[in-house]
Design a protein around this ligand. Structure first.
Ligand code: FES
Ligand code: FES
Length: 159
């Protein structure tokens, strides 16, 4: 960051950012980079709607300042859904009837990816813990847990 530029990769492509290091990553993703699958719910790190993977770890992008992401690797739902893993998770959410209003789903899918990266055959407890930072007002969570279990079974070998 010697030249004041923040460089990072987003879904595998190189990005150079030259605006304020204080802006929220969520805003830059949505407003500058067109990643509108990343949602703003609470804006306070409580709902998980803005979840992305940062160096492979699930984070709330509303709580991250641009100045902290230099040379890091970011993946959003836009990138994940192009992968076999992402397709498998998204299909499982549809098959399990886990999508109602859909607002929480991009963040939930990112959380599911994080769970399956850590434990390709997760227990129900591991799934519930892994999605505990993501709020859903519609489904009651049971179908979401089932969707992650289905993705784990159908996508065996992908993680
Ligand atoms: S919008 Fe980021 S956690 Fe709710
Ligand atoms: S499906 Fe509506 S908030 Fe989760």
């Amino acid at each position: 960051m010697k030249d004041g530029k923040i460089r990072f990769t987003l879904n595998g492509r190189d990005v150079v950012y030259e605006d304020s290091p204080l802006r929220r990553l969520l805003d830059v993703l949505r407003e500058d980079l067109g990643e509108t699958g990343v949602k703003e719910g609470c804006g306070e790190g409580e709902c998980g709607a803005c979840s992305i993977l940062l160096n492979g770890k699930l984070v709330n992008s509303c709580m991250i300042a641009m100045g902290t992401i230099h040379e890091k690797e970011l993946m959003t739902i836009e990138g994940l859904r192009e992968t076999e893993q992402g397709k498998c998770i998204i299909d499982a959410f549809a098959d399990a009837g886990a999508v109602q209003c859909g607002f929480c789903i991009p963040g939930m899918v990112m959380a599911a990816q994080s769970v399956l990266q850590d434990a390709p055959r997760p227990s129900e407890e591991e799934i519930r813990k892994g999605i505990s930072g993501n709020l859903c007002r519609c489904t009651g969570y049971d179908q979401i847990v089932q969707a992650v279990q289905m993705a784990s079974e159908k996508g065996a070998g992908l993680w």
